[in-house]
Write a protein that binds this ligand. Structure first.
Ligand code: SF4
Ligand code: SF4
Length: 342
């Protein structure tokens, strides 16, 4: 069975305790952090296991090569500490179950993965993707299953992720451009943390978009709009790719407004909070986030994850902002889609 790489000795010598000090949802003193993390690693009880709201943030905050959020999830699973009602957890596990109904495009050495996000089937087109389409995979057989971290269910991930890796291996692909941020996190962070070998090079679609936009620079018409970026929880698994956000905005002439809840301080879209921790937490977090976007003059809210867009899109619109996915924003700068109406 796959085992999580986590070294409690690194925590014992950790001078910062950033993982939990920077947590936006727990209240903890700096001198408590090491003790709590070591207790968790040793399988003992900790209030963290009860109170963590699964924002994924501590995976980014720890800069010492440990995996605090994966550890918290693993130990919750071992102890049977549910984050969601059992029926909801079961329903979600069923949704991701492989059923042999996946879609394969024209498979080449380098392909696109849409994971299990049908939104990408319609979104991924135009000049940005002309060198790769119709080379893609879509369906549960290629679904990363990382979402089950929210349900403290590492067992299902350890069971399904190697099967998904094997499905990619059978295709014989060398490089996979992941359109779903969370899928990229699965193959670049979670799989290595569990010693699951990945037989291809995972590429984040931000990196791909950035290169394509540079190739297409002469076709870009600067957008001259103010945008807020909604960072998804899964981006905490690949913080090195988050740096492409300002770089892409620069290329397409969009002004990324400086606001409080961005970068390390980003707030979750609240979708998972509504399911697992009650509407009150979801509402409070969403209100703070939306107020922040409005107060800093954003005209558009740019989404990375379609699930965040489904959760927040309408609420953003009610505040007078236009919700848009990063791909659609880039296509707008290339003149492939019109600017959105007021
Ligand atoms: S998980 Fe990382 S940040 Fe947290 S105490 Fe351990 S080494 Fe420090
Ligand atoms: S996942 Fe988020 S809420 Fe949970 S301990 Fe880490 S930073 Fe805090």
């Amino acid at each position: 069975m796959y085992k999580l790489h986590f070294d409690e000795n690194i925590c014992k010598k950790c001078p910062t305790g950033d993982c939990l000090i920077k947590c936006q949802y727990l209240d903890i003193e700096k001198n408590q952090v090491k003790d709590e993390m070591v207790k968790i690693a040793q399988g003992k009880d900790s209030f963290v296991l009860e109170q963590c709201v699964t924002c994924y943030g501590c995976e980014e905050y720890c800069r010492r090569g440990n995996h605090p959020f994966y550890l918290i999830t693993e130990k919750r699973d071992e102890k049977g500490i549910l984050t969601s009602p059992r029926a909801i957890t079961k329903q979600w596990i069923n949704i991701g179950e492989p059923r042999g109904k996946y879609q394969l495009g024209e498979i080449k050495e380098k392909i696109l993965s849409f994971g299990f996000m049908p939104e990408f089937l319609d979104m991924v087109k135009g000049k940005l993707f002309e060198d790769l389409m119709p080379s893609y995979v879509f369906g549960q057989e290629f679904f990363c299953n990382v979402v089950y971290l929210h349900f403290a269910n590492t067992q299902i991930i350890k069971q399904r992720l190697p099967m998904v890796v094997e499905n990619f291996r059978k295709l014989g692909v060398e490089e996979v451009v992941f359109m779903h941020d969370e899928c990229y996190g699965a193959f670049s962070s979670l799989a290595p943390a569990y010693g699951i070998e990945v037989p291809f090079k995972p590429i984040h679609y931000f990196e791909y978009l950035y290169q394509r936009l540079k190739d297409l620079a002469s076709d870009i018409k600067p957008l001259n709009i103010n945008v807020a970026y909604q960072r998804p929880c899964s981006s905490r698994l690949s913080p090195d790719k988050h740096r492409y956000v300002p770089k892409i905005m620069n290329l397409i002439g969009a002004n990324l407004v400086e606001r409080e809840y961005q970068d390390e301080n980003a707030l979750c879209c609240g979708g998972i909070f509504a399911m697992d921790y009650g509407y009150s937490l979801a509402h409070d977090v969403q209100e703070k986030n939306l107020e922040d976007m409005v107060a800093h003059g954003a005209e558009y809210c740019v989404f990375n994850c379609p699930a965040c867009q489904n959760t927040l899109g309408e609420k953003v619109r009610k505040r007078g902002l236009k919700p848009i996915h990063m791909v659609d924003l880039c296509r707008m700068a290339l003149g492939e889609t019109p600017k959105m109406e007021e």
